[in-house]
Design a protein around this ligand. Structure first.
Ligand SMILES: [Zn+2]
Length: 354
């Protein structure tokens, strides 16, 4: 019986998406996973600049901290503001006080100003993919904590996947990649099988047709939101971690959702399983075990209690012996100022949408 836990880990986030709330709807209602990407996320990321990215990341990080999440593995894309983008996200997260592991998502779907959803996998690596890869290399070589990001196999050529895998190995880091999230990426298993390593982070794996080396990041809320199906993480021998895929970073709530989604699929399952997925994120950030998060409920260390107790609030967060949240309020930054700046940035971002 305890009021406290370690700092929680969001093992797959997109901090760039924090300003999506309230964005104008696409002209055509998306009716498939691919059209959700085309109509929403690929419009949003193409409109980002340094300023809107900073406030998007600051808002997402601040909301994470206030929910007891002290570490975020982020996957970023801003095709018209690539260079330096990982430093901008890191600066925003440092200001808030959350730990990060950052990646830039390499993709061949852009060639100049032209975007295509159907990439010729036999084409040469695009200049845009090289620029994305260079951002990963620059950030990691400068001492940044990160992996090499790839959007997904289906938006990359074979050459790009080969080059990325080789570069990650040379840098001594893993690859952070969306894998078979939708049926559009069903060939990911076949294409990545010769490349994947144990230090890769494989995100979603909903339609993965074979086992791959690496850790699998399960994102139950996002998968439901995108109607891509149930990932059934228990079918894999891989370590499973929990992410949100950009829909906030309230990890206690994500674990509750992961439990009912799991239980919907299998009546013999228990809340211990998603609790393990949540704590598995600590292997990416061992220091979160020294963080102390105090909650409003006295059995927050019991998976069975958490699964059936709504509204458990984060009351305080201590990181590196500093109380970053006290009585539910951040001590090192002004939450209302971040919300105001983020709202102003959101207006600018939404006006940039094409
Ligand atoms: Zn994602």
């Amino acid at each position: 019986m305890s009021f406290t836990t370690n700092g929680l880990v969001c093992a797959h986030h997109h901090l760039y998406s924090s300003l999506a709330r309230g964005m104008p709807a696409p002209a055509r209602t998306p009716d498939s996973f691919l059209s959700v990407l085309e109509g929403i996320w690929w419009r949003l990321d193409a409109a980002l600049d340094a300023d809107t990215l900073y406030w998007s990341a600051a808002l997402g990080a601040a909301e994470a901290l206030c929910n007891g999440t002290t570490a975020i593995i982020d996957h970023h894309e801003s095709p018209f503001a690539i260079e330096g983008s990982l430093d901008i996200i890191k600066d925003a997260c440092d200001m808030v006080g959350v730990r990060t592991n950052l990646s830039y998502g390499v993709t061949d779907r852009w060639r100049g100003n032209h975007m295509t959803s159907v990439v010729d996998v036999n084409a040469a690596m695009s200049e845009e993919a090289q620029r994305g890869l260079n951002e990963n290399i620059r950030f990691i070589k400068n001492g940044g904590n990160g992996m090499v990001g790839v959007h997904a196999a289906f938006t990359c050529t074979n050459e790009t996947l080969d080059v990325v895998a080789k570069t990650a190995q040379e840098l001594g880091v893993g690859v952070h990649i969306h894998v078979a999230e939708g049926l559009d990426d069903a060939s990911a298993g076949e294409r990545l099988e010769p490349l994947a390593q144990d230090n890769w982070l494989l995100v979603h794996a909903v339609h993965l047709d074979r086992s791959l080396r690496g850790t699998i990041a399960h994102n139950p809320r996002s998968n439901m939101n995108n109607s891509v199906g149930y990932a059934q993480p228990t079918k894999w021998a891989n370590d499973i971690v929990l992410g949100t895929d950009g829909i906030g970073a309230d990890m206690l709530e994500e674990s509750r959702l992961a439990y009912v989604r799991l239980r919907e699929h299998s009546i013999t399952e228990t809340p211990e399983t998603p609790w393990k997925w949540l704590s598995n994120g600590e292997k990416f950030f061992p220091d979160v075990r020294n963080d102390v998060v105090t909650w409003s409920y006295d059995n927050v260390d019991s998976p069975w209690h958490v699964a059936f107790t709504p509204g458990i609030r984060c009351e305080s967060v201590v990181v590196n012996n500093i109380e970053l949240v006290r009585n539910g309020t951040p001590t090192q930054f002004d939450m209302s100022e971040i919300r105001t700046k983020a709202a102003e940035a959101a207006i600018r971002l939404h006006n940039q949408l094409k």
